[in-house]
Design a protein around this ligand. Structure first.
Ligand SMILES: *Cc1c(COP(=O)(O)O)cnc(C)c1O
Length: 356
């Protein structure tokens, strides 16, 4: 892989590190950050690693007004023998460029961005926690920086990478969550930006999540924006159901985010010879399966939690308790296998782990 030439300015004062025993998600950031500028007609320039600091932007920058921005989320793990592993990082860079395309943002040199990420992690390597379930969360993102109030793609951008040490998602073991099926608000519609990792989707999702939380549910299950009956995602995770021995996940339809954990779980299920289908599935079908006693397991998938079992689904006034509110054996097995591959404690027959 070609190495990106980066100008490095090291921080003179190292930050006080938080205790790695009880890290909150996304709260602490490492000593350095990566920035790469883009100017129309010139391309990407001024790749640099600098001390972590606020960025200065013109108040008229496009990102503030029209949300022209995309992001990614991935993790680095420290193995027992002090190796640093990334999980399928090239998939994140590819997806970033798909999001860029949807938002009319410039294409990123994927190899260059990956090289920058690796150099940044090397510099802040002592920020990678080593405890069970911990990792270094990586947030690459791109913002439109041109000072111009016209609704038009900007001519200048910044690509930035920041790093944050994170703790085990489940402090007291992996715990099923209660999910409310959302029947008023929608996350995305066909033809919209649902399959791009762009800020507006998350801003639009906050209201429903807030109401669900007030009612004692940790997230919402999103239905499609047209007929309000087909299942899309759960919170900001993809979703899987095990019904009568078969695993079903909604097919990619343009409004669902194409999760890398989703893709990996599908490949893992195929490898394990467990029946898996990607197809449209309605909430009525879930309700019927529940009433017939064949809704065996349900879980969300995403980088942050990896697998998040669903213990209860609330649809209108019906509470559907899945697997007695306990984690199912398949969910547990998938969680153990995938996290084992990610942190280097299990064999990786797929070549998913990339050593830095
Ligand atoms: C990031 C994200 C996911 C999960 O993607 P992973 O690549 O598995 O982390 C699912 N849904 C939404 C809306 C997301 O933003």
């Amino acid at each position: 892989m070609k190495e990106l030439k980066i100008d490095v300015t090291l921080s003179t004062e190292k930050k006080q590190k938080p205790s790695f025993d009880n890290l909150e998600f996304g709260k602490h950031f490492t000593d350095h950050m990566f920035i790469w500028n883009y100017t129309e007609g010139k391309g990407w320039h001024d790749a640099r690693i600098i001390p972590y600091q606020p960025i200065m932007l013109d108040p008229a920058a496009t990102v503030f007004h029209y949300g022209q921005t995309v992001f990614e989320g991935m993790k680095a793990y420290l193995t027992k023998d002090e190796q640093v592993l990334l999980f399928r990082p090239e998939e994140n860079m590819k997806r970033l460029n798909r999001s860029n395309d949807r938002l009319c943002m410039p294409k990123l040199d994927e190899e260059g961005a990956l090289s920058a990420l690796k150099q940044l992690i090397q510099i802040d390597r002592d920020w990678i926690p080593s405890g069970e379930g911990t990792s270094l969360y990586i947030r690459p993102f791109m913002i439109a920086t041109e000072a111009f109030l016209g609704v038009h793609p900007a001519k200048t951008y910044q690509f930035i990478i920041i790093l944050s040490p994170v703790g085990a998602y489940y402090k007291e073991g992996i715990n099923p969550v209660k999910i409310a099926v959302e029947s008023e608000y929608v996350r995305a519609v066909a033809g919209g930006t649902g399959n791009a990792k762009t800020a507006g989707n998350y801003a639009a999702s906050l209201k429903a999540s807030e109401i669900a939380e007030q009612n004692g549910y940790s997230q919402v299950l999103w239905l499609d924006g047209r007929e309000n009956q087909y299942i899309e995602e759960v919170g900001s995770m993809n979703v899987f159901f095990k019904i009568n021995g078969e695993v079903i996940t909604p097919e990619l339809n343009g409004s669902i985010l194409e999760g890398i954990t989703r893709k990996s779980i599908i490949e893992l299920l195929n490898y394990m010879n467990i029946p898996l289908v990607e197809r449209r599935i309605s909430i009525h079908e879930i309700q019927q399966a529940y009433q017939d006693g064949v809704l065996e397991e349900a879980f969300g998938t995403g980088t942050a939690a990896v697998i998040s079992p669903i213990g209860e689904l609330l649809w209108k006034n019906e509470k559907m308790v899945v697997n007695n509110g306990e984690i199912g054996s398949l969910s547990q097995q998938l969680y153990d296998t995938l996290t084992g591959i990610q942190n280097g404690t299990k064999e990786d027959p797929f070549g998913w782990s990339a050593r830095i």
